[in-house]
Design a protein. Structure first.
Lengths: 319, 321
């Protein structure tokens, strides 16, 4: 497929933004200036960017305990994310949610759900709403491989299937549920084999190739939007950072890790852009320098922003 | 020894003592548990006795019941108490009721270990204190230790008990140190501990709040009020007598918990104290608990939501004033 150069460079910039954001945040956490905990997205950028680039602004995503990449790919501002991670009033949830609950419905992202599998029924319900209201919108449910072992996954995907809802269920298969490898948690080769059980298409793709993800997502999104029903889309990827903060990943075999680092999505895509003559190294470097500057600005703004006043804790319990 | 190591020791000793005991949960094997409580047990006892599970709390917890009904004594781990939402049916409708529904045909010797509490800015889905839900469920024992010694002694008793026990640890206590008796140290379920004697005011509490109440008691002593602190240690069975005896001595009662105020543990304690010690009370009992709202992330908001030493001091001063 022929793509516009701006589009191709845009994908690169988005992935680099997520990577650099996460690296900066990791450093801030280790410095001890951010409260709470974090689950980071390094290595999986092609999934969020590939999928979200196939969506319209009015489409809605649900996310997980590992939401920063989804949020940036769906268009939340760096400031509102950074502010939330610092627990400041400028954060997208005004400091109430923190890292595990970032989101902004205005931008089409349900605040992230940190109960594994908890987002799947909600995405199904969003799809049901779009169908009942006859709106041409699509819901995308991001989840990890581990989430497919929760009962909620099975109940909700089946429901999406029987009602032909406009939902794309995206499994980011990074081969681990926290420390536990997938060979210990599933017998199937591909998690999309489970799609047969619900009578919907199941597609497994290379989740470290942003264009492959984008194209598979486009097919699934079109199918959903046209009323033909959900797709189970599995993106094979790898988490090249800890599960949560201060996890040294001792459970990842060294060979496997080395291989994964060689296949991480940004280096791969950058090399492809250069080889295709789509971009010069200078353009890629410039993209990185630009996002780094934006991130630094967001860090400064977040650090300078006020913490919420204690009385703010009283607000938002009921409408 | 730390609270974490004390729990680890109790698990190791019970695995050693009884072939029927086994552990199951997410990341409890080689990784040693999300809170590092089961470190070394997989290496020592093998995967037959220490089993990693998929993220399937309903099957993990429900599975323990199946194992129990056919002769084993499982100890399951639920990483955060917040995740009980995913397996409430198995806990509340199955495990807690099976013996009664079957007219006493079976015993249900299983333990569900989990950890709760806030203070780490983990926000609304990873900071809750849900013990009151389970105190409200007949058929379940609820154990909630505050010290390393109690953690060990109560867990060993829980594993040997022939009833289902929800064993609730606190995420902020894992690194707390204390003396822990070696080997056969059993603390019976249903026996409160008087942490500090005093004649001016009784404070009943448990888990991490024991430490906060102790701090408050120091301050109150300096102001001339001697506080008697009762660490309940188990919520079901509840050692009312220790609490009542204290209130009959002091005439004043304060319940302190980290869970939400409304319909919380303190509500039950106050009701029982009021009914049983009415003639001894100098005034209405009081409660300190978390504010009735989800636990927010931002440190200032979390602090304003969870009980602090200052809140205990304020409530205590009002009671004795
Ligand atoms: C119901 C529930 N169980 C357990 C957890 C603890 N937990 C958080 S993330 C995680 C691993 C999730 O694995 P996966 O779904 O593959 O997502 P990944 O972390 O790999 O992105 C676990 C066990 C949780 N948050 N919710
Ligand atoms: Mg995973």
């Amino acid at each position: 497929m022929a793509y516009d150069t701006q589009f191709l460079l845009g994908l690169y910039r988005q992935m680099v933004l997520i990577r650099q954001f996460e690296e900066r945040v990791k450093f801030l956490f280790l410095e001890g200036v951010m409260p709470g905990t974090i689950h980071q997205y390094q290595g999986q950028e092609a999934v969020a960017v590939g999928v979200c680039s196939a969506l319209e602004a009015q489409d809605v995503i649900t996310s997980t305990h590992r939401p920063h990449g989804h949020a940036l790919a769906k268009g939340l501002s760096i400031e509102s994310l950074m502010g939330e991670l610092f627990g400041k009033v400028t954060g997208c949830c005004h400091g109430k949610g923190g890292s595990m609950h970032v989101g902004d419905l205005e931008k089409g992202m349900v605040p992230a759900i940190a109960i594994v599998g908890g987002g799947v029924p909600i995405a199904t319900g969003i799809g049901l709403s779009f169908k009942l209201r006859q709106e041409p919108r699509v819901a995308v449910c991001f989840m990890g491989d581990g989430a497919t072992n929760e009962g909620a996954f099975h109940e909700a995907v089946n429901m999406g299937a029987i009602w032909s809802l406009p939902v794309v269920y995206v499994i980011e298969n990074n081969r681990y549920s926290a420390s536990t490898p997938i060979c210990q948690t599933a017998r199937v080769e591909r998690l999309t084999e489970r799609a047969h059980a619900y009578g919907i298409p199941g597609v497994t793709v290379d989740g470290n190739d942003v264009l492959t993800v984008h194209e598979a997502a486009q097919v699934a999104v079109e199918r959903a939007r046209s009323g033909a029903g959900p797709t189970l889309l599995e993106a094979m990827t790898y988490r090249i950072t800890g599960h949560s903060r201060r996890d040294p990943c001792l459970y990842q075999p060294e060979e496997e890790r080395k291989q994964a680092l060689a296949e991480e999505p940004i280096g791969r895509y950058g090399a492809w852009l250069l080889a295709e003559g789509t971009a010069e190294q200078a353009a890629l470097d410039q993209a990185r320098a630009e996002v780094d500057a934006e991130i630094e600005e967001a860090v400064r703004a977040a650090q300078a922003a006020p913490a919420p006043a204690p009385e703010a804790a009283l607000e938002d319990v009921f409408a | 020894m730390t609270y974490r190591d004390a729990i680890n020791a109790a698990l190791a000793e019970e695995l050693e003592r009884d072939e029927r005991v086994f552990l199951l949960g997410e990341d409890v094997g080689l990784f040693g548990g999300a809170m590092a409580v089961t470190k070394g047990l997989y290496e020592r006892f093998g995967e037959r006795r220490v089993q990693d599970m998929p993220i399937s709390e309903s099957a993990i917890v429900g599975g323990t019941l199946g194992a129990v009904l056919t002769g084993l004594r499982p100890v399951a781990e639920i990483m955060f108490i917040d995740f009980v939402g995913v397996c409430m049916d198995q806990i509340v409708n199955q495990i807690a009721k099976v013996r009664y529904m079957l007219g006493g045909q079976v015993e249900v010797p299983l333990v569900i270990r989990t950890q709760g509490g806030g203070g780490k800015s983990y926000a609304a889905q990873h900071s809750q204190s849900l013990e009151a839900w389970f105190m409200h469920t007949p058929g379940l024992k609820v154990v909630i230790p505050s010290t390393p010694a109690d953690a060990k002694g109560l867990l060993k008793s829980a594993i040997r008990d022939n009833n289902p026990v929800l064993f609730i640890e606190h995420k902020l206590l894992y690194n707390e140190k204390g003396e822990v008796p070696e080997g056969e140290h059993l603390v019976p379920l249903g026996q409160a501990r008087v942490v500090r004697e005093g004649s001016g005011l009784t404070i009943a509490t448990y888990s991490r709040m024991v430490g906060l109440v102790q701090q408050a008691a120091e301050g109150l002593a300096a102001e001339g009020t001697e506080v008697e602190i009762v660490d309940l240690r188990t919520l079901t069975p509840l050692d009312e007598e220790t609490m009542f005896a204290s209130v009959r001595k002091t005439g004043r009662f304060l319940a302190v918990e980290e869970g939400h105020l409304t319909a919380g543990v303190g509500a039950e304690l106050v009701a029982r104290v009021t009914k049983n010690c009415f003639d001894y009370l100098d005034g209405p009992p009081e409660r300190v608990a978390a504010q009735d709202r989800p636990i927010p992330c931002a440190p200032a908001l979390e602090k304003a939501t969870l009980p602090q030493v200052e809140d205990i001091l304020t409530a205590a001063r009002a009671l004795v004033g």
